[in-house]
Write a new protein. Structure first.
Length: 296
């Protein structure tokens, strides 16, 4: 025979109030009905107490306003809940509830004579309304005062540690800005510079062999390639690079005659030098990580 445990309700890790009957939890949620907050019970918990195996079918036997769905949040999602009148209907429909000594009979007596009257009186089963406490009275208790001072000291120490960490981070950031200032100035000078570079001269400017830069710019595996080359014809710049003024394409002169002729050649804008260099550095880092030469 299951024993009734008339203990005050607890609150689980999800913030749901519950009490115990027969060794398992019966959870309560608060639901607004016609402007009033009413206690509703998780249907599966009630059905377990009444030994009803199918909560969904049990709810269909009730009136529509006696049951509903409720979202508990998190991974639990929607559950079926039953009102006080709905729970009474379930109890009355359960034949075992009239058998003295049965679990359903104990549950009925406990709910109707103890739980519900207590909820109506105090707002929750077994939980009396807390009396107001005067803060000045609490401060007269040495133990309470010591505890409050301990909490204050701990919070102060945490704040001081956080402030020190922020100061260190700020100092590091200022140092990095100071170190990068010449680089930024050089970048701005190059970006604002006039003129164009052929790919060979661009390779020299960023310190790589022309063949390496050509191969990088022809790499079609990139999300945005730079150039492509058709068999037997010179390189052609991708339109996106032309639109962003990273590359240009012009007709060049015949070195023998000095006359212009329709031969396309790709040129690099100064601001694209930094982009190309950054891409090649990142590509080399990715290669070394894949080879296990660098930590991820």
């Amino acid at each position: 025979m299951n024993a009734i445990s008339p203990i005050p309700p607890l609150v689980n890790e999800d913030g749901i109030e519950f009490f115990t009957f027969g060794g398992h939890s019966i959870r309560i949620v608060r639901k607004e009905v016609d402007g009033r907050i009413e206690p509703w019970f998780i249907a599966s918990d009630v059905c377990t107490s009444l030994k009803l195996s199918n909560p969904t079918m049990s709810m269909k036997a009730l009136d529509p306003d006696e049951w509903s769905k409720f979202n508990l949040g998190g991974r639990q999602g929607d559950v079926l809940i039953v009102s006080e009148s709905g729970m009474n209907s379930l109890i009355m429909r359960c034949k075992r509830a009239t058998v003295i000594g049965s679990t359903a009979h104990q549950f009925r007596r406990w709910v109707t004579k103890t739980v519900l009257p207590s909820i109506r009186e105090t707002g929750s089963y077994g939980r009396p309304v807390a009396a107001p406490v005067d803060p000045l009275v609490l401060l007269q208790d040495p133990a309470t005062l010591i505890a409050l001072l301990g909490v204050y000291a701990t919070k102060t120490q945490v704040l001081e540690t956080a402030n020190k960490a922020m100061s260190i981070d700020l100092a590091c950031a200022e140092a990095v800005i100071e170190l990068q200032e010449p680089i930024v100035e050089a970048y701005e000078e190059i970006v604002d510079a006039d003129g164009l570079l052929c790919i060979t001269d661009a390779a020299k400017a960023i310190g790589v062999a022309p063949s390496v830069l050509f191969a990088h710019m022809r790499d079609q595996d990139r999300s945005e390639p730079w150039i492509y080359c058709r068999p037997g014809r010179p390189e052609v710049a991708f339109q996106t690079r032309l639109n962003r003024k990273e590359l240009d394409q012009k007709a060049v002169k015949d070195p023998a005659t000095g006359r212009a002729f329709l031969r396309q050649q790709v040129f690099v804008y100064p601001k694209a030098l930094f982009l190309l260099r950054a891409e090649m550095v990142q590509k080399e880092r990715d290669r070394r990580r894949a080879a296990g030469e660098l930590d991820l």
